[in-house]
Design a protein around this ligand. Structure first.
Ligand SMILES: Cc1cc2nc3c(=O)[nH]c(=O)nc-3n(C[C@H](O)[C@H](O)[C@H](O)COP(=O)(O)O)c2cc1C
Length: 214
């Protein structure tokens, strides 16, 4: 395959990745294939100094259900207004728990802190680069899932609810030094991507990209 064709495939995968809020409890590929996709993304997504701080946990079946039950409980607990409580639960159950599985992402803080100790002049940098690496991994998994016929979204309940970090690590017996960076519920798409109330629009690229050629 020529370089041009490889590049075409890359951009096709990029453009095919979208946020799918309507997802079903179905999956066009096997759990073993899902696991292979997540592992491949973790292996090949770059990290600063190749410190390999990113972690991922793949949940399907009852484990996926348990995660979203816990998040729904936290949402109820942290929301006072009855209308907002219903809306929050509706979104969690209808858009996330309704899916086939979830990939939960973490950054291992022991790895980040050890690198900071070894190179104290980059202490602040390591925290930022760990978040950057997390974002890269979220993106590669998201793109790979969509390229395999799945729909997914990126959710930040561990940032929204302070108890979520402890709830997730204890429910799945994960190391406490794994800091949750995002949750990605996925499943076979139940409809088109995006939110129909807010169609995806693109800003003029000449306002966002400057070129100085030759
Ligand atoms: C860093 C980042 C954080 C995001 N956080 C959330 C989130 O917490 N909840 C959510 O529903 N979507 C979240 N999104 C999804 C964006 O809203 C979405 O990607 C954007 O509107 C473009 O739509 P698309 O994904 O369909 O291309 C996030 C995206 C990025 C890149």
């Amino acid at each position: 395959m020529s370089g041009q064709n490889l590049s075409d495939g890359f951009f096709a995968a990029m453009e095919n990745r979208r946020s799918y809020y309507g997802i079903k409890k179905e999956c066009p590929i096997s759990d073993a294939e899902l696991e292979a996709i997540v592992k491949r993304c973790v292996k090949h997504s770059p990290t600063s100094f190749n410190m390999q701080s990113s972690r991922a946990v793949l949940l399907t079946g009852k484990h996926h259900e348990l995660l979203w039950e816990k998040i729904a409980e936290l949402s109820d607990k942290n929301t006072e207004d009855e209308g907002q409580k219903q809306a929050g639960r509706g979104k969690i159950e209808g858009c996330f728990k309704a899916g086939y599985g979830t990939v939960v992402f973490f950054e291992d803080q022991d790895v980040v802190n050890n690198w900071s100790k070894q190179m104290p002049m980059f202490e602040e940098g390591f925290k930022i680069w760990s978040e950057d690496a997390a974002g890269i991994l979220h993106y590669t998994v998201w793109t790979a899932l969509c390229a395999n016929g799945l729909g997914a979204t990126l959710q930040h309940y561990a940032t929204l609810f302070k108890e979520a970090q402890g709830e997730v690590t204890s429910a799945f017996q994960l190391p406490s030094n794994w800091k949750c960076t995002a949750m990605m519920p996925f499943g076979t798409p139940a409809g088109p991507p995006g939110n129909p109330a807010h169609p995806k629009e693109f800003q003029d690229l000449d306002e966002r990209v400057k070129t100085f050629l030759g």
